[in-house]
Write a protein that binds this ligand. Structure first.
Ligand code: ATP
Length: 249
């Protein structure tokens, strides 16, 4: 196993990561020599114009996609070069995902959705953990209900609970409030922030919304596949202003 200095303090590191799609005249360099380290317990938002490489960045950091060159480390574990089965197991055990479209299973209850990552891994649900996670995401619906009966905000709370239940090294969120109305989005983001603080959770969130990004500790800006700057503790107006300088979004 390869070890690199920084493994204890950082949950994820990308070292000179580039990703090129296609080849020859049609090649697209979606990520261009990106180096970044996410501190354990930090909440980072990723913003950038359409096509700037946000999804590619998230997918490479999460081991869903392999970089063309460079290295990705999850804690002390090098992801580069792992086989797909190893990556799948690592993702299931050590990462959590929250998507815009919730991706819940409607055939089973809310509770079964939340504990699914533990079940898939044959791990027991520790007594009290389910209740604690449900409380931390402020989910106030009967746990035997089906997700299809819930509102969008409630569904996303279920998805966040499911991502937290394994206490992952990193939680990856892809436009988690993209399908919610403004008011519900704010409520879910407030809950997410509290849950991240309470669990000391490292989180990486791609978003188009400067208000959503302002809930993070810092915002990383991407442009043309490169890191174009970072803002820490900034208000939505300042984040929006930086975005306008980067181009269309
Ligand atoms: N599978 C693929 N094959 C070819 N090109 C791709 C592929 N995925 C992404 N790209 C290209 O790579 C670049 C970065 O795409 P990416 O989806 O990472 O950007 P993004 O910032 O997430 O965009 P958006 O905000 O529109 O979702 C774009 O030019 C895109 O067209």
């Amino acid at each position: 196993m390869t070890t690199v200095t920084g493994e204890r303090t950082h949950a994820v590191r990308l070292l000179s990561v580039s990703k090129t799609y296609g080849s020859g005249d049609t090649a697209v360099r979606a990520l261009d020599n990106v180096t970044i380290a996410l501190r354990r317990g930090s909440f980072t938002a990723v913003m950038g114009p359409s096509g700037s490489g946000k999804s590619t960045f998230l997918h490479c950091a999460a081991g869903l996609d392999q970089p063309t060159s460079g290295r990705v480390l999850l804690g002390e574990q090098e992801l580069t070069g792992l086989r797909e089965t190893e990556l799948t197991e690592l993702r299931r055990r050590r990462t959590g995902f929250v998507f815009q479209a919730y991706n819940l299973l409607d055939a089973v209850t809310v509770e079964q959705n939340i504990v699914l990552p533990l079940r898939l891994d044959n791990r027991p649900v520790e007594p009290g953990l389910l209740a604690e996670v449900v409380r931390s995401v402020e989910l106030d619906v009967p746990l035997d209900r089906r997700p299809s009966k819930l509102s969008g905000g409630q569904r996303q709370r279920v998805a966040i609970a499911r991502a937290l239940i394994t206490r992952p090294d990193v939680m990856f969120l892809d436009e988690p409030t993209g399908a919610l109305d403004t008011r519900t989005a704010r409520q879910v983001l407030g809950t997410l922030r509290q849950a991240v603080d309470r669990w000391g959770q490292t989180a990486l969130m791609v978003t188009h919304d400067p208000v959503a990004a302002s809930y993070a500790d810092s915002v990383v800006f991407l442009a043309d596949g490169r890191i174009a700057g970072e803002l820490a503790g900034a208000a939505p107006e300042r984040i929006a202003e930086r975005m306008t300088h980067l181009g269309e979004w």
